[in-house]
Design a protein around this ligand. Structure first.
Ligand code: HEC
Length: 161
């Protein structure tokens, strides 16, 4: 896929997301019942940087891999079907940043638990970036440069012994 095509696709999905947000609905919505009435930003407010992705990976390994698998593909899980998080074509509750945020924070379907109590909003947005990083390239936001200075507080913490 050319860069231009990709940019067009990203722009299209962004404007669809914004239109949905403007209309006050969370389409396609399916049945993420637990999030009903909760306003969620359509686009990830955190810049897509390697540091954000790394923070998201840490949260993923701690909270999500137990069901979705080390690599996000949930293949080794035979008890129930946790979604393959690397394959947006198969997601039932939407593919926009806001919808990923909503599924993570408020839960999805019957078996995806809400993480409202464990993760704050910034951590959930970092997780959304991590999910983008393990998914197909055309769903990924454009990478942004690391902020020059000062480094994010989280990064400094990670470097401590
Ligand atoms: C207790 C097991 C479990 C844990 C832990 C878990 N999930 Fe899930 N998750 C599921 C199941 C099962 C589904 C499928 C729900 C359905 O389709 O009805 C799901 C669905 C999802 C979806 C919606 C996919 C779609 O179809 O739209 C997202 C996004 C998601 N999980 C992200 C996460 C993230 C991020 C974490 C970690 C913070 C996490 N999950 C932790 C079990 C889990």
């Amino acid at each position: 896929m050319t860069v231009a095509t990709r940019a067009l696709r990203v722009a299209t999905s962004l404007s669809l997301g914004l239109a949905a947000a403007a209309a006050g609905q969370s389409e396609p919505s399916a049945s993420a019942d637990q999030a009903d009435g909760q306003p969620v930003a359509a686009v990830n407010p955190t810049p897509y940087t390697p540091a954000a992705e790394k923070r998201g990976r840490t949260h993923y390994l701690r909270h999500c891999q137990i069901c979705h698998g080390f690599d996000g593909r949930a293949l080794e899980n035979i008890d129930f079907e946790a979604t393959d998080l690397t394959d947006p074509e198969r997601w039932r509750f939407g593919t926009s940043d806001g919808e990923l945020f909503r599924s993570t924070k408020f839960g999805a379907g019957l078996d995806m638990p809400p993480f409202e109590a464990e993760l704050d909003d910034e951590e959930v947005w970092d997780l959304v970036h991590y999910l983008r990083s393990i998914g197909p390239e055309e769903y990924r936001p454009a990478a942004q440069p690391e902020p020059a200075s000062p480094p994010a507080a989280d990064d400094r913490e990670e470097n401590r012994p």
